[in-house]
Design a protein around this ligand. Structure first.
Ligand code: EPU
Length: 311
C-alpha cells in the first residue's frame, strides 16, 4: 500500500545517468523490470530501473545517487496503485527488505516500512497489544499505510501513529512526531522523502479480545469484498455521509467491464483484474463509473487508488 512519489529534478534521462544514480546501491538492481508482479492488481509496465535496497543505509545511497543525477525516484508499495502500461521513468524502489520490527518500549512498536500490516498485527497480538485491529485483511505495508493514513470504519493509522522515520531528499534521516503532522481522509501530510519506518503506540489488552475483534472483522471483509481476485482495495473514497459502493451499485454498474477490468459483483467499490486487464482498461472503467455516477446522482467520486507511470 502507499506509493511515495519523490520527484528529484526533471532532466532528460539517459542510461548513463541512471547507471551513475544507482551505482552505489548494494541491493538488487534490475533494468526494465515489469511492475505487474509487484502490484496487487498485477498490472503495470516496466520501471527503467528497480532497486531493492538492503537496508535504510542503502535507501540513503539511492536517494543521494538520484539527487546527484536529477533522477525521479518512486517507492512502490503496490497495494493501492495502478501502474500505467508504459511503466515508470527513473528509479523505483521496493522496500521488501526493510522488515525490522521490535518492541521499542512499553506498548510502542517500531516497524520498518516494508513490514506488511498482517505481520505487524501478529507481532502486536503476540504481546497482547491492541490498536491495529482495524487493519485486519489489509495487505499493505507500514510505509504505505503511514503515507496514505490507511484506515477503515474501525480506525486508521493516525490513531496509533507515534512518529515517522523518514529519509529526506538530502538523504538525511529525520523523525517526525505524529503530534506535529496533519492527517486527512486517506492522507498524511509529511515532509518530502521516503518513509522507512514508524513507531506505533498501542494499548494493553487480552489475546482473546484482540483475536475476537480481528476475526469478526476479517469475516466481514471476506464475505463482502472480493479478496481472492487481484484488486487494489477501495477504488474511490467514500463521499461525506455516503458510500461509494452504494452509489456505484445504485448506478447499475456491478459487473460492468472494460476488457478484463471488472466492477466487482461482490462489492461495487472494488475493481478487479479478471485475468489480463491493462492499466488503460482499468482507467477507462473508472472513467465510465465516475461519469455514470455523476450523471445519475450528481456526485463526483474521488479516486482512492494512486495512478503512476506513463500511458
Ligand atoms: N454497499 C452497497 N453495495 C456494494 C458495496 C457496499 O450498497 O456493492 C453499501 C453497504 O451495504 C454498506 C455501505 O455501502 O451499507 C458501506 O459498505 P462497506 O461496509 O462494505 O464499507 P465501505 O465503506 O465500502 C470501507 C473501507 C474499506 C473497508 C470497509 C470495512 C473506504 C473507501 N473503504 O468500505 O477499506 O475494508 O469500509 O471497514 O473507506 C480500502 O480502503 O481499501 C478498504 C477496503
Amino acid at each position: 500500500m502507499g506509493d511515495r512519489h519523490v520527484k528529484i529534478g526533471r532532466p532528460a534521462l539517459t542510461i548513463e545517468r541512471l547507471q551513475r544514480a544507482v551505482q552505489h546501491a548494494q541491493g538488487e538492481v534490475r533494468w526494465s523490470e515489469p511492475m505487474a508482479p509487484f502490484t496487487s492488481l498485477q498490472v503495470g509496465g516496466p520501471a527503467d530501473v528497480l532497486v531493492i535496497p538492503t537496508d535504510v543505509e542503502d535507501v540513503i545511497r539511492v536517494i543521494q545517487g538520484a539527487r546527484a543525477e536529477g533522477i525521479p525516484c518512486v517507492v512502490l508499495g503496490g497495494t493501492n496503485v495502478v501502474v500505467r502500461d508504459k511503466g515508470i521513468r527513473g528509479i523505483v524502489m521496493h522496500l521488501k527488505h526493510l522488515t525490522g520490527i521490535h518492541e521499542e518500549s512499553h506498548q510502542i512498536i517500531y516497524a520498518q516500512a516494508g513490514i506488511r500490516l498482517p505481520l505487524l498485527m501478529q507481532f502486536a497480538l503476540g504481546r497482547n497489544l491492541s490498536g491495529m485491529e482495524w487493519a485486519a485483511g489489509i495487505p499493505g505495508t507500514v510505509g504505505g499505510s503511514v503515507v496514505m493514513n490507511a484506515g477503515t470504519r474501525l480506525g486508521e493509522m493516525k490513531d496509533v501513529l507515534g512518529a515517522v522515520d523518514i529519509v529526506n531528499l538530502r538523504g538525511h534521516r529525520v523523525w517526525v512526531d505524529a503530534s506535529t503532522m496533519s492527517f486527512a481522509y486517506r492522507k498524511a501530510i509529511l515532509p518530502k522523502g521516503i518513509v522507512v519506518g514508524a513507531r506505533v503506540q498501542l494499548t494493553l489488552s487480552t489475546r482473546e479480545q484482540i483475536e475476537a475483534k480481528t476475526k469478526a472483522y476479517l469475516r466481514y471483509r471476506r464475505t463482502t469484498q472480493p479478496l481472492s481476485i487481484p484488486n487494489a482495495g477501495s477504488v474511490f473514497k467514500n463521499p461525506p455521509g455516503d458510500s461509494a459502493g452504494r452509489l456505484v451499485e445504485a448506478a447499475g454498474l456491478k459487473g460492468a467491464r472494460v476488457g478484463d477490468a471488472e466492477v466487482s459483483t461482490m462489492h461495487a467499490n472494488f475493481i478487479v483484474n479478471r485475468g489480463s486487464a491493462t492499466a488503460a482498461q482499468l482507467l477507462a472503467l473508472i472513467r465510465k463509473v465516475r461519469q455514470t455516477v455523476e450523471r445519475k446522482f450528481g456526485v463526483r467520486l474521488q479516486l482512492e487508488w494512486k495512478v503512476i507511470g506513463e500511458a
